[in-house]
Ligand binder design. Sequence first.
Ligand SMILES: Cc1cc2nc3c(=O)[nH]c(=O)nc-3n(C[C@H](O)[C@H](O)[C@H](O)COP(=O)(O)OP(=O)(O)OC[C@H]3O[C@@H](n4cnc5c(N)ncnc54)[C@H](O)[C@@H]3O)c2cc1C
Length: 681
Amino acid sequence: MRPGFSAAQVVSVGLAIAHLPFVNALAPRTEIADSYDFVIVGGGQAGLVIGGRLSQALKNHTVLVLEAGGNGDAYRERIDTPAYSYFDSLWTTPLNWAYYTVPQPNAADREIEWPRGKVLGGSSAINGLYLTRPGEIEINAWRDLLGDMDGAENWEWDSFFAAMKKSENFTAPSSDVAKTGDIEWDASDHGTQGPIHASYPGYMFEQVGQWVQSLANVGVAISNQMYNGEPWGAGVSTSTINPTNWTRSYSRTGYLDPLPDLGNYDVLANAQVTRLIFDTSNKNNLTATGVEYTPDGGNTTKTVKVNKEVILSAGAVGSPAILMHSGVGPKDVLSSAGVDLLSELPGVGQHLQDHFSVTVTWDTNQETSGSIYYDNGSQKNDTLYLSYIDDGVAYVNSTGLYGTNVSSTQQSILAAMDQYAPNTTYDQGVVAGYKAIYNSTATKIFTSPIGQVEILFMNSDANGDIGITAALQHPYSHGRIYINSSNPMDYPIIDPNYFANPSDWDILLHGVKLARLVGEADPLKSTLTNETSPGAAVQSDDDLLQWIREAAGTEFHPSSSCAMLPRDQGGVVDANLRVYGLANVRVADSSVPPTALSTHLMASTYGVAELAAEIISKFYNPSTATAPLLSSSTNATKTANSTASASSSKKTNGSNTNGTPSSLHIFTSLLFVVAVMFSSL
Ligand SMILES: Cc1cc2nc3c(=O)[nH]c(=O)nc-3n(C[C@H](O)[C@H](O)[C@H](O)COP(=O)(O)OP(=O)(O)OC[C@H]3O[C@@H](n4cnc5c(N)ncnc54)[C@H](O)[C@@H]3O)c2cc1C
């Protein structure tokens, strides 16, 4: 290669000249080696972070990611365009697992839709792009639940804060957008070297600025400190938008596409893991020797061998389901599903917590993001307009909801604890874990400034309505994920147990009343003309509660189904993310935090995944701190290239016996061809 030309430049010239097939350095593979040191199950938000980091930090180890969904390339414009997460949602595509809950008795017996991403990038590819953070108090409450467990210090605020910052690359809003949206921020709270862009849309609506002011007028203070561990008050959140090209920044664009190929990392899409295979010679400490997966919807299965570890990153639904199908979980569940019990772990799937939410709507006299789109406004195809995503948020604490009644409400929450302990387990350890989480939430979080309810501004509705959503952040009703079949292709059963505990509906009822107050406060008031849902006729607490039961849905934030807790409290993983009773399996994703967090879950999931990569890297190479990935400043150009090259990866085939994929040979050969071209110019 001539000095002065980078590999990327040479390759693109070569492509232009010769139109040769080219496989991007890390294009998802179609075939893989027989064995890998680390097999990561799930190429979603967390899985791609861990795969990227481990492959770079442990260069003499091989890493494989198996993802059930496709690479998403056929849907790339819909993934990339922020506003399409509302207007051209991926929910209707194969990129969504399209789960439903079982009927919820306290929510009008409804089966409630539970979308989850099924694609490289997982839910970070199909979500609403809000990038908010949990608070110091709740992260330290999590750490306290771990007692003196080895590794508990990983989950203290300082460490968790650093991990979240490590993932992000912050860009302030333009001065016009900041002025219109009344956006305040403190750049020192953000990371600037990480792979995931944290920024703001390139287009803003006056009503977002009015939102912040209306909250201030009902007593919810405006804050520019929501990213430093004090995430309460009102503000405009950052979004995972790459401001250099106004596209979605997600785990694929941040942690996969820009990576240099070191020859030790493969990502296989369309590979649904069916179970882990164990050496059971030590019954108390099983060793995973392989991972079974299906490339064709269950018709056939293949197995890849594991030399060192399996890391489950299949999300809050997928990770517990895979453990259960592998014979690890509650013995009653496995027995009735017809799965042989290999390692009893009663907490698998338990402690499930989700943010239940409901939206009050109004007609408005303003142009909204929704009205522009659905009325074919002149901006409809404008890139800046299409970068707009809802981002007005507020986290309201118990004083904001209950005023002088915080203490008496706390007493009634605590008094209800025993009555609403889970009756879906035979194990008193799971019940003890429920009480530990409950007690921690009621005593350390409820009376703190941490938000009990999130209030959100929505202006992307199809009929041009404005919505104000209220979402319960710390549910006292815990549910569970379980299986009722031995066929891993059958969906797991999702029972979030919404509203079982009246404390939850009381908190959300207070949140809904506050949402109404915000809509009736200046300056928003003058722009909202008529409440359309639930409407003026619904006023009494009973009527409002009935409406909530009929209308509420998930805020898409399930967590804690493989909770990090002591084993005798129904814990699934320890503080080093290791599954109890298994020698070499960890879980690292949104299923791990033992308590629901008062935030959208992306930032905390990036934090979990970054910390997981550090813990594992240091275990195998104590002298190596995880090196920074490529800065996300390089992502924009790389992303554009990767779409084309990832699809050409379908031509990839074969792998050699030492685990180096043959695509690398294609890459090397191509460089050689191009180098010859250059030398002859
Ligand atoms: C519609 C929606 C909107 C949301 N909005 C926001 C938002 O605006 N802001 C925010 O912060 N959070 C939001 N969230 C939540 C957030 O995106 C998730 O909590 C987070 O991305 C979860 O990350 P994860 O790594 O745990 O799981 P995921 O990102 O879901 O990854 C799990 C991956 O594992 C794969 N998988 C599952 N089972 C298997 C198997 N058997 N074999 C192989 N692979 C498997 C899945 O296909 C998926 O790719 C939203 C979520 C959804 C669904």
